[in-house]
Design a protein around this ligand. Structure first.
Ligand SMILES: *Cc1c(COP(=O)(O)O)cnc(C)c1O
Length: 355
């Protein structure tokens, strides 16, 4: 049976990205060695880094004066690395979910953290709108897509400071005004590559400005200076990112990804709103195009497990909602196909007809 992968992360990747990466794992550039065995200093690997950086800059239209680096440690390490490098005295955070909250916790180790607004009062089912950003802070930190709750900000705020953006779960799904950010970071395993690498886009002006001592490995400058080769980078994950970046470009770039995301979301939210058994969990204006969360209507609550088993029997994978939300979550990152979403919609229709 065909499987439709709605996992939230690690998540679906285009088949050709997986196949091309697998080929290189068996025999890298016809060298007779595996991608897993070569030195990251091998002359053949530098072009992998160079092309990946160039594609990221091209796809996101990154302005002059920014560097792109690949690091380990996941987006979670960025919760620490960002304030370690960029928080001199005070920074503001939008508390839009558990990831944002974790980022705030780490930032407090380095300076004053202003919680500009929070949607924790309603289990993060909306993006707070009622706030103004002060000008006397080092940065405003935003989480553009809240993977667990299914809320998203698909635009870049106008604020008097340069932002820091956690774009782990929606990077390369829309155009971004990179000039409004001093740092953008994304763990790769949601929308870019296999797990194991984090992409960081950093403004060169902010590098090496911290007066506190910054540990060498945590200093962004260390990695910018050495082109992500200060120590051994995650070679295979970076290669898988390269394949996916090529795939995004070949398929029309982020504009085309944005259009597809809207088509998928329209299909699935359309069915959630139409179907008498289900309802969405977040405010309509803030609905994520990447992580589509829904639950059973109250009067059908007892059918939850039955629907899950039914959908699973039809090939749906990874649709269980995060434990803090319950119900269902269908993650629709760039690789998700319209066919996959249509298959899920069919399940929902058939289940409704049976009840
Ligand atoms: C998954 C996720 C993280 C954490 O990523 P790791 O790579 O597991 O550390 C952080 N922020 C967002 C928005 C995420 O979706």
């Amino acid at each position: 049976m065909k499987k439709y992968n709605f996992n939230a992360g690690p998540s679906m990747l285009p088949r050709e990205v997986i196949e091309n990466t697998a080929k290189q794992i068996l025999n890298f550039n016809d060298s007779g060695l595996s991608l897993m065995e070569i030195s990251h200093r091998a002359k053949d690997f530098q072009p992998v880094i160079d092309e990946s950086v160039a594609l990221i800059k091209e796809l996101l239209d990154v302005p002059q004066g920014y560097s792109v680096i690949f690091l380990g440690g996941g987006a979670s390490l960025q919760f620490t690395q960002v304030p370690c490098n960029l928080l001199h005295t005070k920074a503001a955070y939008l508390n839009t979910g558990v990831w944002a909250k974790k980022a705030m916790k780490e930032a407090k180790l380095y300076g004053e953290v202003l919680e500009l607004a929070s949607s924790e009062d309603k289990n993060y089912t909306y993006i707070p709108k009622d706030w103004t950003c002060p000008a006397d802070i080092d940065y405003l930190h935003v989480t553009t897509n809240n993977t667990i709750y299914g809320t998203e900000t698909r635009f870049d705020y106008d604020v008097p400071v340069l932002m820091v953006g956690d774009m782990s779960s929606d990077i390369f799904s829309r155009e971004v005004d990179v000039a409004k950010y001093q740092c953008i970071y994304a763990g790769a395993q949601k929308n870019l590559a296999m797990a194991g690498v984090t992409v960081i886009i950093i403004k060169d002006d902010v590098l090496n400005k911290m007066t506190r001592p910054v540990p060498t490995m945590l200093n962004y400058f260390t990695h910018v200076d050495k082109g992500s080769m200060f120590n051994t980078p995650p070679v295979v994950p970076i290669y898988s990112a390269l394949e996916n970046l090529r795939w995004i470009k070949k398929n029309g770039g982020v504009k085309a990804m944005d259009k597809l995301a809207k088509q998928r979301a329209e299909l699935l939210y359309g069915e959630i709103d139409r179907n008498k058994l289900f309802r969405g969990t977040v405010e309509e204006a803030d609905r994520s195009l990447m992580n589509i969360c829904f639950v059973m209507q109250d009067e059908y609550a007892e059918l939850e497990k039955e629907f899950f088993d039914f959908a699973t029997s039809k090939g749906m994978v990874g649709i269980k909602g995060h434990r803090s939300v319950g119900g269902f979550r269908a993650s629709c990152y760039n690789a998700q196909t319209i066919e996959g979403v249509e298959a899920l919609v069919s399940c929902m229709k058939e289940f409704e007809a049976n009840h």
